[in-house]
Design a protein around this ligand. Structure first.
Ligand code: HEC
Length: 233
C-alpha cells in the first residue's frame, strides 16, 4: 500500500519536473532548451529588461495584466493597445508567457531565429518552426543561417547554437546579446509573477516562525514533563 503511494508521488514529480512544456508546434527533434541565466531578485536586470521590452516589443505585444505595475509604468510600456496581426497572426499578450512556456523556452526562442527565404517573414525559428514573428532581435544578435545537425552527436541532443551559424554580426557582441535577452526574460518572469520575490520572503519568515515555535514547544514540553516525573518518584 505504502509502496504504491510512494511510487505515485515519484511518478507525479517526475512527469511534472522532467517533461518538456507543451509545444505550440513540433520543434527540431532533440533540441534542448538553454537554461535562462536569470536571477529573479535582481531588480536592476528586471528594469533593464522592461526598457528593452518598451523599445523593441510593444509595437506588437501587450502586457495587459500589468496595468498598475510600477516597473511597467516607469518603462513606459502601454498595456491596453490592441495589437495588429503580423503575417496573419495576432501577437499574443505576454503577461503570462513565462508561466505558460517557461523562461528557458523564451530565452531559447529569442536566440534561435535564422534566415529562411521560404517563409513570409524571411526567417524561421528552431524552437517554433513557422513562427509569424519576424526576427526582431537580428539587428542586435546578427543574422544566422541554419546548419545541419552535427553527426558526431550520437544522442541527438542539440542546442540552438549547434544548428545555426552567424553570417553577419549584429550591434551587440554575443555575450552582450545574451545578457540583454536574459534581462528581457527576467522581466517577463517578473511580469508573470510580480509578487514572486515577496512570496519567497514571506515564506522564509513563516519557516523562521515555525522553527522558533518548535523550540518554544519543546521547552514547554520539557517543563511539563519535569513535574510529571517528579510526581512519579
Ligand atoms: C512585428 C511584431 C512583433 C514584434 C515587434 C515582436 N513580436 Fe513577438 N510575436 C509576434 C507574433 C506575430 C507572434 C506570434 C507567433 C505565432 O504564433 O506564429 C509572436 C510571438 C512571440 C512569442 C511566443 C508566443 C507564444 O507562446 O506562442 C514570444 C515569447 C515573443 N513573441 C516575444 C517577443 C519579444 C520579447 C519581443 C521584443 C524583443 C517581441 N516578441 C517582438 C510579433 C512580434
Amino acid at each position: 500500500m505504502m509502496k504504491r503511494y510512494i511510487f505515485t508521488i515519484l511518478l507525479a514529480l517526475f512527469t511534472t519536473q522532467f517533461s518538456p512544456s507543451v509545444w505550440a508546434e513540433e520543434p527540431i527533434e532533440g533540441l534542448e532548451l538553454e537554461t535562462a541565466p536569470i536571477n529573479r531578485s535582481d531588480m536592476d536586470s528586471i528594469k533593464r529588461g522592461a526598457k528593452f521590452f518598451a523599445t523593441n516589443c510593444v509595437s506588437c505585444h501587450t502586457l495587459s495584466y500589468l496595468r498598475y505595475d510600477p516597473i511597467v509604468k516607469e518603462a513606459g510600456i502601454p498595456t491596453d493597445k490592441k495589437p495588429l496581426a503580423i503575417n496573419g497572426v495576432v501577437p499574443p499578450d505576454l503577461s503570462l508567457e513565462a508561466s505558460s512556456k517557461g523562461v528557458d523556452w523564451i530565452y531559447t526562442y529569442l536566440h534561435s531565429f535564422y534566415k529562411d527565404t521560404s517563409t513570409a517573414s524571411g526567417v524561421n525559428n528552431l524552437l517554433f518552426p513557422g513562427t509569424a514573428m519576424p526576427a526582431i532581435l537580428a539587428p542586435y544578435q546578427g543574422e544566422q543561417v541554419r546548419v545541419e545537425k552535427p553527426v558526431y552527436d550520437l544522442l541527438h541532443h542539440v542546442e540552438w547554437f549547434d544548428l545555426v551559424k552567424p553570417v553577419r554580426p549584429g550591434s551587440m557582441k554575443p555575450d552582450e546579446f545574451d545578457k540583454a535577452v536574459a534581462d528581457l526574460t527576467n522581466f517577463l518572469a517578473y511580469a508573470a509573477e510580480p509578487f514572486h520575490e515577496q512570496q519567497q520572503k514571506i515564506g522564509y519568515w513563516v519557516l523562521g516562525f515555525l522553527v522558533i515555535l518548535f523550540v518554544l514547544m519543546y521547552m514547554l514540553k520539557k517543563e511539563y514533563w519535569k513535574d510529571v516525573k517528579r510526581h512519579k518518584e
